[in-house]
Design a protein around this ligand. Structure first.
Ligand SMILES: *Cc1c(COP(=O)(O)O)cnc(C)c1O
Length: 353
């Protein structure tokens, strides 16, 4: 998204939570990791500590890897669960389908992504079941994985019960469960449950755990709850160009975020900013199109309103199909930012009537 040269410059915007910078806690952790020499390729104390933190966090002996971004995390994780003739069942709006340039198919050498619908960005379990049973002959790509996004592409959050039901369905049909957790932190902040209850206890086999959108500079953790699935995953990462030689700079921010409590604090903050925005928009007659359950707010804007807001320097996405305009809050979205956007929305709507 290019910035409009005539629009006022804004320190913080609403296009995406990855427009934000690095939070102070992650920054401090990077600085601390930058003082001395350290073994390369993950044989360093920061990486070890980050893995330990993640194992404590999930209260299980999981296997952890770090990749540079979410596309790599998702597609390499899916590739490790599938053979080329398998398929992955996911929601039609899933990032692995719409925003990864075919990387899951590429890294798995042909695994097909099969789409299902479902309200509010969540897969319908009936639709999943229908997809699995549609065919069982040799000509159909064999369903092997159910992929869920938490929080979803529409900013909604699967409940604990919904996840347990999805996990049970997958198990019944011999499918593995992958979770795209680019915004797992925001979902967790909403649900306020132990992380285990929405991951391995619900049958999730591998979680791609996002750091970037919650204030880290770069990097996602691939967390295998079933360690057998992680066999040779390190080779996969290396071959895909995802083995960081200075791994400590991917790992150290996780430690800084967990130790300081920033991990939870920032996710809560982003969610609260979105709640403030949703309430303000609703008061202007723009109710959220989907329940505001994490850090995203979707509304329907007339094209001329959207245009006018862009001219006033506001950025937001309208690319996710017919889903409306998406305003995304991040760890550093301030009340003054939300209020300035609301003020401009009010003016734009007033001048249009
Ligand atoms: C941002 C995001 C990702 C990761 O995207 P990258 O740009 O590859 O880091 C994955 N899944 C979802 C749902 C996302 O929003």
């Amino acid at each position: 998204m290019r910035q409009n040269p005539n629009a006022p410059a804004r320190a913080r915007n609403f296009a995406s939570d990855n427009w934000s910078g690095i939070c102070p806690e992650a920054w401090a952790a990077l600085e601390a990791a930058n003082r001395d020499h350290c073994p390369a390729y993950g044989d360093d104390p920061y990486t070890e500590k980050a893995c330990e933190w993640l194992r404590d966090f999930f209260e299980t002996d999981c296997e952890v890897y770090f990749t540079f971004n979410g596309t790599a995390a998702n597609s390499l994780a899916l590739a490790s669960l599938c053979r080329s003739y398998h398929s992955v069942v996911c929601h039609a709006l899933a990032h692995v389908e719409t925003d990864e340039c075919g990387a899951p198919e590429f890294f798995s050498k042909g695994t097909k992504v099969l789409l299902v619908d479902g309200k509010l960005g969540k897969v319908s379990l009936e639709a999943v079941e229908e997809r699995i049973h549609r065919r069982n002959d040799i000509h159909y790509p064999r369903p092997k994985v159910l992929s869920l996004t938490q929080s979803t592409e529409l900013g909604t959050v699967y409940t604990v019960d919904e996840l347990h039901a999805a996990g049970a369905l997958a198990r019944r049909h011999g499918l593995r469960v992958h979770m795209d957790g680019a915004r797992f932190a925001n979902a967790l902040a909403t649900l306020e449950v132990p992380p285990r209850s929405i991951t391995w206890e619900a049958g999730v086999d591998v979680l791609c755990f996002g750091g970037t959108k919650n204030g880290m500079p770069v990097g996602e953790a691939v967390v295998f709850f079933d360690r057998t699935l992680a066999a040779e995953f390190d080779y996969r990462c290396k071959q895909a160009g995802q083995l960081a030689s200075k791994m400590r700079f991917l790992a150290a921010p996780w430690v800084g975020m967990f130790e300081s409590g920033a991990f939870t604090r920032h996710a809560r903050h982003a969610n609260r900013a979105a709640a403030r925005l949703a309430a303000g928009l609703e008061a202007l007659g723009l109710p959220p199109r989907y329940p505001r359950e994490s850090n995203a707010v979707f509304v329907s804007l007339k094209p001329e309103w959207a245009e006018e807001l862009r001219e006033r320097g506001w950025y937001f996405y309208e690319f996710i199909g017919e889903t409306g305009a998406r305003f995304m809050c991040s760890w550093d979205t301030a009340d003054v930012d939300v209020d300035a956007l609301l003020q401009d929305c009010a003016e734009v709507l007033a001048s249009a009537t």
